[in-house]
Write a new protein. Sequence first.
Length: 146
Amino acid sequence: MELSGFVTRRNAITLIAEHHPHPGNRSRNEAPDRSGAPTDAAPKAQSTGSNAIVGFAVAQPYKKHGRILTLDILPEARRTGLGTRLLVECEARLRQRRCTEIYLETAVNNEPALKLYHKQGYRILRTLPGYYHATGLDAFLLGKEL
């Protein structure tokens, strides 16, 4: 329900990455690629046909700053560059809406996400105690200038 609320907000930016199988590249009995590596996973506005959703991002502009509300990649599609592609596309769309800075939150123990965000120029601004109410886990607020 929370995700649905984010996606339907006014001016929300929703990006969906799909895995597009290439049926001609394997025999009918051969198993699909289990790496989850998208063969053509450019961010798309919606899912179509038998294409499988492997990741998505939702961002929101607020006057001169933007916020990435969520960026999620299926475990089998991680470490393929997909998270970077979605993040960069979110930033580009927020720039188009005249945002000059961007913010996001992530769990303090989410090392893969922190590595991705640091690599893309995000810096930890502060710790948000008890951010994740269900577990009491803290989060970092990260930000960068666009």
